[in-house]
Ligand binder design. Structure first.
Ligand code: SAH
Length: 391
């Protein structure tokens, strides 16, 4: 096993428990290979931990144990099996068939995610290194879960460009299939690009929409994609308007309404750019009781770049123009490098600048099947903040 040394003075955060290996902290990493198991030491030769290298955008690798433990097949297998055991309560929920089984370093192995869609598994590998133990991971899942199918998704850079590909590993199934979440049905597809049509980490946001505690009648869903928030809001009794610039949105959302035997009467879909829609809605006096904003981190439209950390204030400003008095905003942001505090401040400043006042009603993060580790705080990427305008 190779040993890699931390630069002098760079050991502090690691002694406090940091698990992600930052390339900047390593004295010489030129001889290291992706996927390699290495001993991490400080400059005095003290053991920091044993790491599995995983060349991802966010890290060079992950410290998997701080002791002298051997990282072998049995170690990996046992981390996967314990994670599955911890999902027992979700397996026992009769109305929910889709959830995360393994959440990267939060479940003890960085660079690996496993999702369960009613017995059909999606295994995501975030580096070529972690993909080297793919056979072991697949075998462990086959033996323990006897899944109906397994699809693998690789997400790593090839010559500096991120390449995302899905491949069927085993099982006979024709996607899309329907899964359940809190009694509602969602159409999902595991072999149709990077997204599955259902973001499992937003389960609690959907539940809150169904409860509709604010008793909203009209709901605007921006960046709607497959419309899962619209389905939840419709179930909560709201008339929904879904906006997304992708043409496929129409079909994806309609499929989800059909899967729930919900009539699409009173529900509208606009294939439009968000800011263009908000301008159009403001001009045409459309007003909503509740507006949900869940943008991607980055997107491009007609040569214009949307960057979530920079452009969120503009989204809020424009949404306020079409929000009814005392309306509610549900604001979601999932950039790893942006903290909940930063997001709250950004929201506060923007609403105050618009001359309005608000109450913070609710803050949600990741659900229980997306556990995070104290050693990697940025893993808590999801922030969903609900604010009610005071007038
Ligand atoms: N809120 C969704 C996920 C959004 S995925 C959910 O929870 O299911 C991001 C979506 O934003 C994609 O469907 C993409 O087509 C859309 N999108 C990206 N930029 C956009 C823009 N400027 N205006 C409208 N839609 C946009």
């Amino acid at each position: 096993m190779n040993t890699v040394q931390l630069k002098k003075g760079h050991e502090k955060p690691y002694l406090k428990g940091q698990l992600n290996l930052d390339g900047e902290d390593l004295s010489d990493d030129t001889f290291l290979g992706d996927g390699e198991i290495v001993r991490v030491e400080d400059t005095y030769g003290r053991l920091i931990g044993i790491a599995m290298l995983s060349f991802e955008q966010k890290t060079k690798g992950w410290i998997l144990t701080n002791g002298e433990e051997t990282i072998d097949d049995a170690f990996i297998e046992s981390r996967i099996l314990s994670a599955i055991d911890r999902r027992e309560p979700l397996y026992n929920e009769p109305d929910t068939t889709a959830f995360r089984l393994f959440n990267e370093i939060g479940d003890g192995i960085g660079g690996l995610a496993i999702d369960n869609y009613d017995g059909h598994l999606l295994v995501t590998f975030y580096s070529r290194g972690i993909h080297k133990i793919r056979d072991l991971i697949i075998r462990t899942l086959m033996v323990r879960l006897k899944p109906a199918s397994i699809t693998e998704q690789t997400r790593f850079s090839e010559r500096g460009r991120m390449n995302i590909a899905n491949r069927r590993v085993t099982g006979n199934v024709e996607f899309p299939i329907t899964v359940k979440e809190a009694g509602l049905s969602y159409s999902i597809h595991l072999e149709d690009g990077p997204m599955t049509r259902l973001f499992l980490d937003q389960r609690e946001t959907r539940k809150a929409l169904v409860r509709n505690e604010a008793d909203a009648k009209t709901f605007l869903n921006l960046f709607a994609y497959s419309g899962t928030f619209s389905i939840a809001a419709a179930e909560g009794g709201m008339a929904t308007t879904s906006v997304d610039l992708a043409k496929r949105t129409n079909e994806l959302i309609t499929d989800n309404f059909n899967a729930n035997n919900l009539s699409t009467d009173g529900h509208t879909i606009h294939i439009m750019e968000t800011f263009e829609y908000l301008n159009y809605a403001a001009r045409n006096n459309k007003r909503f009781d509740q507006i949900l904003i869940d943008p991607p981190s980055f997107s491009r439209y007609k040569k214009k770049v949307f960057k979530v950390e920079r452009d969120y204030p503009k989204l809020i400003e424009q949404a306020l123009m079409v929000l009814k008095p005392k309306g509610r905003l549900v604001l979601s942001q999932n950039l790893e490098t942006f903290t909940l505090n930063q997001f709250k401040q950004q929201i506060g400043r923007t609403i105050e600048k618009a001359g309005r006042s608000y109450s913070l009603t609710d803050v949600k993060g990741l659900p229980k099947d997306f556990p995070t580790s104290k050693g990697y705080k940025r893993g808590k990427y999801l922030k969903v903040v609900t604010v009610d305008l005071n007038d």
